[in-house]
Ligand binder design. Structure first.
Ligand SMILES: NC(=O)c1ccc[n+]([C@@H]2O[C@H](COP(=O)([O-])OP(=O)(O)OC[C@H]3O[C@@H](n4cnc5c(N)ncnc54)[C@H](O)[C@@H]3O)[C@@H](O)[C@H]2O)c1
Length: 456
């Protein structure tokens, strides 16, 4: 087995994952390819295509040594014996399963590229998140080759989270590797485990059958999102009962059976994965004749939609039932802090709903303004994009905090207040700010699941 690794797909997963592998495994040559030439050029430059704390340092250490970025998919397939496939698997927008099932066309295309260009046996690794039993179809496609080559399919889903990708990859909670149970599958599993053994302790390498591995990734995302929807549903009840969601979450999280993480109320989850993976799980349950299970998980997504709509409804009703022609400064557009990614960001939906109400939007985000422009390109209305938060707030009636960027806490709220129309409102969709402090400055403050602090 040669020690060349290929990764097809240089996105949010492929790029950082391979950079960390190359950094930790100097014996391996790692090639990352993508059909998107602009993305590859960015990976080769000083301005990487994605923002992720610590990523630049890792890439700069390995790039040109044993980490290479290229658009030459064919040469990569010929050279490497181990191929990670990390292409996108979005929700299908057409045909059977539209709106729920995963669109596997990009994945299947890479399988066909591999068959066409492979000249030796390969281990093909599912790095993308895929429906359970995808490996079966992929194995069939790959084994249909007429060159008498052997392809082993391994499932090795990625659990890193954007914003903490490098730490997550460097010190993973677990590395999950699923393989077929025959001798060839088990040998391939060990070859993949050998890569991770360069820096991951043996007890963190979890080996399962291929189906368990595929399903674990979908269910992990569904469980995480379910916690967010659960706590968000309770934030609505807190607002009706004077219970405080921060106190409830903290006290609940002290129970070791529950634990403190993922219990922060917010305007909702975003990101490219949670919604699509839950919908995919829902589709799989429906497909396998389990409508009750499907309905249970679908409610997690419906609750997320509700929380976004509820936030906008609250803004409108608190601002005297109209936001028409009122400027609202949107602080944060990325789906979470420490990333420039806006895919499925709640900020997109909140902004669109506010524009439907004829609000004037001034959007500020430390990393995501370019994507925000693309996300709202088709929207009619008065939108400006400001790299300076103080400019965004000038003359505004309200600030809506939509992403939990830490730097928002350190803004000069006296200065912001002085430049805004009065009465000035803050709608804190992340419970990020010091509410008492900004209330004392003069703002009317509307947190989530907590008491309103109003001068009105
Ligand atoms: N983003 C995350 O946080 C995250 C975390 C864990 C798992 N995942 C999963 O990983 C997969 C990839 O996610 P991502 O966020 O990196 O997506 P992405 O859209 O950022 O990257 C996918 C890349 O694959 C490329 N591509 C598509 N078809 C190709 C082909 N035939 N040949 C070469 N390149 C091709 C695209 O051009 C794109 O650059 C998805 O299945 C996702 O669910 C994502």
């Amino acid at each position: 087995m040669n020690k060349t690794i290929l990764c097809i797909g240089a996105g949010y997963v492929g790029g950082p994952t391979m950079a960390v592998i190359a950094d930790n495994c100097p014996d391996y040559k790692v090639i990352v390819v993508d059909v998107n030439a602009e993305r590859i050029a960015a990976w080769q430059s000083d301005t990487l295509p994605i923002y992720e704390p610590g990523l630049k340092e890792v890439v700069e250490r390995a790039r040109g040594r044993n980490l290479f970025f290229s658009t030459d998919v064919v040469a990569g397939i010929k050279e490497a014996d181990i191929i990670f496939v990390s292409v996108n698997t979005p929700t299908k927008t057409f045909g059977a399963g539209a709106g729920k099932a995963a669109n596997l066309q990009y994945w299947e295309k890479t399988a066909r590229d591999i068959i066409e260009h492979a000249e030796s046996d390969k281990i093909v690794i599912e790095k993308s998140t895929l429906p359970v039993r995808t490996a079966e179809a992929m194995h069939r496609i790959l084994q249909s080759n007429t060159k008498n080559l052997n392809f082993d399919i391994i499932s090795n889903p990625e659990f890193m989270a954007e914003g903490t990708a490098i730490d997550d990859l460097q010190s993973p909670g677990r590395v999950l590797i699923g393989a077929m149970e025959d001798a060839s599958g088990q040998k391939a599993l060990e070859a993949v485990a050998d890569i991770y053994r360069n820096w991951v302790p043996e007890e963190k390498i979890k080996k399962t059958n291929v189906w368990s591995s595929e399903l674990t990734k979908l269910v992990s995302n569904a469980m995480l999102a379910q916690r967010i929807s659960s706590v968000n549903s309770i934030s609505a009840l807190c607002e009706k009962t004077d219970a405080n969601i921060l106190e409830v979450s903290e006290a609940m999280g002290m129970d070791p059976r529950i634990g403190p993480r993922f219990l922060q109320a917010s305007i909702g989850f975003g990101g490219s994965c949670f919604k699509k993976d839950i919908l995919n799980l829902v589709y799989l349950c429906e497909f396998h004749g389990l409508p009750e299970v499907a309905a249970y998980w679908e409610q997690v997504v419906l609750m997320n939609d509700y929380q976004e709509r509820r936030f906008v409804k609250n803004i409108t009703s608190c601002m005297f039932n109209t936001v028409a022609d009122k400027k609202i400064a949107v602080f944060g557009f990325a789906f979470k802090a420490d990333t420039g990614d806006t895919r499925e960001s709640p900020a997109i939906y909140v902004s669109k709903l506010l524009l439907e109400e004829h609000a004037i939007l001034a959007i500020h985000d430390p990393q995501a303004l370019e994507y925000a422009k693309l996300d709202l390109a088709d929207c009619e209305g008065d939108i400006s994009y400001e790299s300076d938060p103080y400019k965004a707030a000038e003359g505004a009636h309200a600030i809506a905090v939509l992403t939990e960027w830490k730097e928002f806490r350190d803004l000069d709220f006296k200065r912001l207040y002085a430049s805004m129309a009065k009465p000035a409102f803050i709608f804190d969709g992340r419970n990020l700010l010091d509410h008492q402090k900004v209330f004392e400055i003069g703002f009317n403050v509307y947190p989530l699941g907590q008491k309103v602090l109003s001068h009105l």
